[in-house]
Ligand binder design. Structure first.
Ligand code: F6P
Length: 366
């Protein structure tokens, strides 16, 4: 029977468990054996008990659980070749030749690199007598399929990453709570949200809650943003608004790439706009908790598609990443998606914000 491994890697996100459940059950449905690799790449490098066979019942109830029940880690050992050599040995020993990985772009790139090195790693394991030719004979090719799990919605070529809508819902709930107390006291609040270099969470929170001003990395504010922001909030106040909400993405910066901090924004609102201002940093509350209905559905459909991709893969097929585009579950080239994602970061670093926005817009238009 064919053996398929599933793991979660990088920062956790709501919906990862739904993906694990779908991969395990779809693998079993296809008469394969399913293996969970615990604690991300750490488990792959350690092997042994960290790679466990999963039965149908082992994933019961997973779909509605937050975080990742099989654990995750940001593993340094796998970044080095000796770590990947050990990982290759562990997979051969367990008889696994296909891996479905749910994680962010870093985790998925690492997986594809592993695949490209696979034959070289096996040869080295035979040369060093760790394995024999007979051991490696059935494992000439490693299949990798990516699922994008991240609250940041930062991977190009997919409309939504697993977890981003749960996180957005949680952030909106938090902003709604802040709203009531802000309105009572006529205060201003600066709310910092996650997202690293991707402004999606901040932007969509702003849209969904009617925030007064939003800071995102892809489109930094104008040179005179301090003035502009104060004028806008004052105008809103003059129209009768009793509260002010400013959303700052944690990766926000100005046109010169100087970080825009919640403290700097607070000081401006207090001193220039004359508002009693507080800061709320939402932190990991945004990443925790139960997945939304959308993420349960997305992770399940994508997990099913990931196993289909494994079953249909040939040695020549480029590693796919499972995406959602215009409400359809589709496969895209993992390397192309990662490359396009990097292009956004490169454009931001080069202060080419028009290009960064063009790339983001293209994602939504695709
Ligand atoms: O990528 C997900 C994310 O939550 C980012 O939004 C955030 O910057 C980062 O991970 C936080 O990572 P950690 O939990 O390792 O501090």
């Amino acid at each position: 029977k064919r053996r398929i491994g599933v793991m979660t890697s990088g920062g956790d996100s709501p919906g990862m468990n739904g993906a694990v459940r779908a991969v395990v059950r779809m693998a079993i449905h296809n008469k394969c054996e399913a293996y969970a690799i615990y604690e991300g790449y750490d488990g792959l490098v350690k092997g042994g008990d960290m790679i466990k066979q999963m039965e149908w019942e082992d994933v019961r109830g997973f779909c509605s659980e937050g975080g990742t029940l099989i654990g995750t880690a940001r593993c340094m050992e796998f970044m080095q070749r000796p770590g990947r050599l050990q990982a290759a040995k562990n997979l051969v020993v367990k008889g696994i030749d296909a891996l479905v990985i749910c994680g962010g772009d870093g985790s998925l790139t690492g997986a594809d690199k592993f695949r490209s090195e696979w034959q070289g790693l096996l040869k080295e394991l035979v040369d060093t007598k760790e394995l024999t030719d007979t051991d490696i004979e059935p494992f000439q090719h490693l299949n990798i399929v990516g699922l994008v799990g991240s609250i940041d919605n930062d991977l190009s070529m997919t409309d939504a990453t697993i977890g981003c809508y749960s996180s957005l819902a949680r952030i909106c709930e938090a902003v709604d709570s802040v709203d009531t107390t802000a309105t009572s006291h006529q205060r201003a609040f600066v709310i910092e949200v996650m997202g690293r270099h991707c402004g999606w969470l901040a932007l969509m929170t702003g849209v969904a809650t009617g925030a007064d001003f939003i800071f995102i990395p892809e489109e930094p504010p104008k040179e005179n943003w301090e003035e502009e922001m104060c004028q806008i909030v004052k105008k809103h106040r003059a129209l009768g608004k009793r509260k002010t909400i400013v959303i700052v993405c944690e990766g926000a910066h100005d046109q010169n790439l100087k970080k825009i901090t919640p403290t700097a924004v607070k000081d401006l609102l207090s001193k220039k706009a004359g508002l009693d201002t507080r800061i709320t940093t939402l932190g990991h509350v945004q990443r925790g908790g139960t997945p939304s209905a959308y993420d349960r559905m997305l992770s399940t459909l994508q997990g099913v598609e990931a196993v289909k991709a494994v079953m249909e893969a040939t040695p020549e097929t480029p590693s796919p990443v499972i995406c959602i585009v215009e409400n359809k579950i589709v496969r895209r080239s993992l390397l192309e998606a990662v490359a396009q994602t990097k292009e956004v970061a490169t454009a931001i670093e080069a202060k080419d914000f028009d290009r960064a926005m063009e790339l983001r817009d293209a994602e939504f238009a695709e």
